[in-house]
Design a protein around this ligand. Structure first.
Ligand SMILES: [Fe+2]
Ligand SMILES: [Fe+2]
Length: 335
């Protein structure tokens, strides 16, 4: 392990850098580079390049926002779940997603940005979240397809993030991934039951898989040649595999599981390339992906409106919590 510098060193704009600060920065950079080369972890008090901090803040806050917005398509089905058991499972799953958002906001806060600011950026429409949550969940089978495909893609993406170089992010991901496995299993089980049910139920399951397949593949982000920031993220040990590598790995897993489900993936071009050892898929509509990301997806406006409403409805809770904390602090200082 590399010895850490106990004093946090902050980067300041170049014009104001004094010789002492420049020496500190050079020392900090050297230590940072060594920690990354050793594949060890950067912790909140360590010196880090401004671009590393910015990249992580963007990634972790976007991830947190995705967990929170991602509660919406499924919470919409809680009252209509077909049995008490299904209702209990779905409630547990949606609650987990809220928890994931909270772990991730906490991890992002260690990089120096307040949660209030992140939330403000989200409701002002300045912050992004995963475009997958801008698609509607139209039938009960969508709960199965979301769990199987969307949570499945999330696991593929997130398991390598457990080894991300930034300590608080990696540790949050360990806990999140354990819960995501349960999410994927419950989705698989919903589809399995529907697939073995009546012809109408099987059709509903297949229809949901048809609608979620391509958006799930696009969750890994644009193809490698259109993903300019990936290289730097990999050099910093934040990302461990490229978008395309993760997408191919996911596809291979889904092909096998679809056979067990008795459902088909709606893509005639899926094949295993013996030469490259990789799974291949048909073309994806990246224009649609970009449009949804820009706010033109089927549910963008609805999702944002609901988030703004929920934020406004929760104002009294935040006020009460702040008043309680102030009272406690006053008590402590008087003691
Ligand atoms: Fe999650
Ligand atoms: Fe999940």
């Amino acid at each position: 392990m590399t010895e850490r510098n106990a004093t946090p060193l902050r980067s300041v704009p170049e014009a104001e850098v004094s010789p002492e600060q420049a020496a500190h920065d050079a020392e900090g950079q050297e230590l940072f580079d060594r920690i990354i080369a050793e594949d060890s972890r950067i912790e909140p008090r360590d010196w880090m390049p401004a671009a590393y901090r910015k990249t992580l803040l963007r990634q972790i806050s976007q991830h947190a926002h995705s967990e929170i917005i991602g509660m919406q398509p499924e919470s919409n089905w809680i009252t209509r779940a077909p049995s008490l058991k299904r209702k209990a499972i779905l409630i547990a799953k949606v609650q987990d997603e809220a928890g994931h958002g909270l772990y991730l906001y906490s991890a992002a806060e260690t990089l120096g940005q307040g949660r209030d600011q992140m939330m403000e950026d989200l409701i002002a429409g300045k912050a992004k979240y995963s475009s997958i949550f801008n698609y509607p969940a139209v039938t009960w089978a969508d709960m199965g397809a979301i769990g199987w495909l969307v949570d499945g893609a999330a696991i593929c993406n997130q398991v390598p993030l457990c080894r991300a170089s930034y300590g608080p992010y990696g540790r949050a991901m360990v806990r999140i991934c354990k819960e995501e496995s349960f999410h994927q299993r419950q989705g698989f089980e919903i589809l399995l039951e529907l697939s073995n049910g009546t012809p109408a139920q099987k059709k509903m399951a297949q229809d949901a898989v048809n609608r979620w397949y391509a958006p799930a593949l696009m969750m890994f982000g644009p193809p490698d040649e259109d993903s300019p920031n990936s290289k730097q993220s990999m050099a910093w040990n934040i990302k461990r595999f490229s978008n395309d590598e993760l997408r191919q790995r996911f596809l291979g897993m889904m092909v096998e599981q679809a056979k067990v489900l008795g459902l088909t993936l709606p893509d005639e071009d899926i094949r295993y390339n013996e030469e490259t050892g990789k799974w291949e898929h048909g073309p994806l509509d990246w224009d649609e992906f970009k449009n949804v990301l820009k706010g033109q997806g089927p549910c963008n406006a609805q999702r944002m409106e609901r988030r703004r409403e929920a934020h406004a409805e929760g104002a009294w809770v935040r006020e009460a919590a702040a008043a309680y904390a102030a009272k406690q602090a006053q008590k402590e200082s008087a003691a």
